[in-house]
Write a protein that binds this ligand. Structure first.
Ligand SMILES: Cc1cc2nc3c(=O)[nH]c(=O)nc-3n(C[C@H](O)[C@H](O)[C@H](O)COP(=O)(O)O)c2cc1C
Length: 269
């Protein structure tokens, strides 16, 4: 695969993955690609834990589904992230960022505009939407043959210091390398982020993975080979939408937006 093809076709995978194990060669390649990333002073602050044990995956999945149900029914999720929600293509076209929630469960569609109101929340809870979404999430995670946890050395990850920023930056580069490599291998990858929204649930995962005190568990991903056909799920965490260059690129000073690039700016073009 050409390098730029991989860059432009990289995706977040929302849907199910094939249950087949990820081959040891591919697991090794993913980690080699991650480790090839740049890091501050070549510190390589990242650590990875590869998880294939079905019992551990099932437990992470349970915690993930439960966390999703919890933050959705308490309203924390919508409150925290409402600025990223778009409910129509028109809204999406205006912002060119965020995520399009145009496939809400059928029962909720007439109430789209009220999702962020108290009455909308009550209605969702009454219809058990958080439970349904949580169960969908649990199944997705449980059906993944491989989880990858990425950790940072606490000595480097000091959020109040510059090294905190550098270590997160380096980890981002490593994860992007790994993510791009999934594209070449016909694999999918998705953040398992809901447990992070509920600190005590994240702690349960930290304990289950026996993360030592000198490491901080930063993120968990689910991975596997992609099935032939993929359907767009209720909540689509992947978006092809991107801002126009004139919205985020400047020339010489930040007072002068880049002009002339917008016409040819679709991802992958
Ligand atoms: C820091 C970060 C956090 C993310 N969190 C989640 C997440 O919690 N769940 C998820 O499915 N995708 C998550 N994503 C993926 C984004 O939703 C996705 O990159 C974006 O919608 C663009 O879609 P694409 O990756 O398919 O191009 C995250 C990505 C990043 C870089």
């Amino acid at each position: 695969m050409e390098f730029l093809d991989a860059v432009f076709s990289r995706r977040t995978t929302n849907g199910p993955l094939r249950p087949d194990p990820v081959s040891p060669e591919h697991q090794q390649l993913l980690i080699r690609a991650a480790a090839a990333a740049p890091s501050q002073f070549n510190s390589q602050p990242w650590r990875f834990v590869l998880i294939e044990d079905p019992g551990t995956i099932a437990e992470v999945a349970r915690i993930s589904g439960e966390s999703m149900t919890q933050v959705m029914s308490e309203g924390t999720f919508f409150h925290r992230y409402r600025r990223y929600f778009r409910f129509s293509q028109k809204e999406m076209d205006q912002t060119r960022s965020g995520m399009l929630f145009d496939r809400l469960p059928a029962l909720l569609r007439p109430f789209t505009g009220q999702v962020f109101t108290d009455s909308g929340q009550k209605l969702m809870n009454r219809l058990r939407v958080p439970q349904k979404l949580g169960e969908d999430n649990r199944k997705l995670v449980a059906g993944s043959p491989l989880l990858v946890g990425v950790m940072l050395e606490r000595q480097e990850y000091r959020p109040e210091q510059l090294s905190g920023f550098y270590s997160v930056f380096s980890m981002g580069a490593a994860m992007e390398n790994l993510w791009l490599t999934t594209t070449q291998l016909g694999m999918g990858i998705q953040f398992v982020s809901f447990p992070m929204e509920v600190p005590e649930n994240w702690q349960r995962i930290v304990e289950m993975l026996r993360v030592p005190d000198d490491l901080e568990l930063m993120a968990v991903y689910r991975l596997g080979y992609l099935p032939e056909r993929q359907h767009r799920p209720t909540i689509d965490w992947s978006s092809r939408e991107r801002k126009l260059p004139s919205q985020f690129v400047f020339r010489e000073t930040c007072e002068r937006p880049q002009t002339g690039w917008d016409e040819d700016s679709r991802p992958g073009v």
